[in-house]
Design a protein around this ligand. Structure first.
Ligand SMILES: C[S@@+](CC[C@H](N)C(=O)[O-])C[C@H]1O[C@@H](n2cnc3c(N)ncnc32)[C@H](O)[C@@H]1O
Length: 278
């Protein structure tokens, strides 16, 4: 008889297959080789977060949902001792390849983020870094916040920037208009997407995949972090997003961030939190 507690939820199986199917192409699309060619290169995402990260030299840092490791490598280059965690073995294979080619001693661990404090050592990190396309894969924010609290030492910090939940409500298939299509608040049933597209330019075709995704409101995320034992040190809303999240409405700037085109309303496209473990 099967043990229902051991059965993997459908969303995990589908979403992992989605990410596994994209990892190799993303390594090309993200230009992973640039990090080997230039030993000082930082990802645009980490560069944008430098004001929130501050000096991280010597810190024990974990990058949750690290994907192919370009941001993880950037944290290492800022002087932290870094662990990357992701549930996609194909993503981790790319991340390990990049770290080795760049000569960076980064530990990579395969795990569902909801089990991060079991896969890693609890209360042993000074910094949890995560964001830019992570929360939407998770049905609930409360267990995510609990994992972050469990990983941090008292006084340790979370630095998190994510797509703004208002931006996630908008119909990404309408270059002609800004139309709310999806709900803002956390919801029970997943949004189901079927397709073969991705958010970076890649050579060639991708396999079709089905994903299960969720939106989470700002107060729901902040409330979950507070309830899990973190104090909110800073919250910001940003007019920039590092991928073309609303095709037809955004233009790319010199800082590798997209902003609303001239003449379009200036909307919050990402938001960030710095929180400290009590
Ligand atoms: C858009 S990437 C975000 C990483 C980073 N911002 C980047 O662009 O490189 C999303 C990552 O979340 C991972 N992921 C999704 N659901 C997860 C889960 N439940 N546990 C661990 N990792 C998960 C995927 O495998 C993927 O690598």
């Amino acid at each position: 008889m099967s043990d229902p507690e051991r059965e993997e939820p459908e969303y995990l199986r589908l979403n992992r297959a989605h990410w596994d199917g994209r990892a190799a192409q993303h390594a090309l699309g993200y230009g992973s080789h640039r990090y080997v060619d230039d030993p000082e290169l930082l990802s645009g995402v980490v560069r944008y977060d430098l004001p929130r990260l501050g000096d991280i030299r010597g810190l024990d840092a974990v990058h949750l949902q690290c994907h192919i490791g370009t941001d993880t490598l950037s944290l290492h280059r800022l002087g932290a001792r870094v662990t990357g965690l992701d549930f996609s073995p194909a993503s981790l294979a790319e991340a390990r390849r990049l770290a080795e080619a760049a000569g960076a001693p980064i530990r990579y661990v395969e795990s569902d983020v909801y089990r991060a404090s079991v896969a890693l050592e609890p209360a042993s990190f000074d910094l949890v870094y995560t964001g830019i396309g992570v929360l939407g894969w998770l049905p609930r924010v409360a267990p995510w916040a609990e994992q972050i609290a469990a990983l941090l030492r008292p006084g340790g910090r979370l630095v998190f920037r994510e797509g703004h939940p208002l931006m996630w409500t908008l119909d990404e298939t309408r270059p002609d208009a800004l139309v709310a299509r999806y709900g803002y608040f956390e919801h029970e049933e997943p949004l189901v997407f079927i397709g073969s597209d991705t958010y970076v330019e890649i050579p060639g075709e991708l396999p079709e995949s089905t994903t299960h995704e969720w939106n989470h409101g700002i107060a729901e995320v902040l409330g979950a972090l507070l309830a899990a034992g973190l104090d909110i040190a800073a919250v910001e809303e940003h007019d920039a997003v590092p991928w073309d999240a609303l095709p037809g409405h955004l233009e790319l700037g010199d800082d590798e961030e997209y902003r609303m085109r001239a003449g379009e309303p200036r909307l919050p496209l990402t938001w960030s939190v710095v929180a400290v473990k009590r």
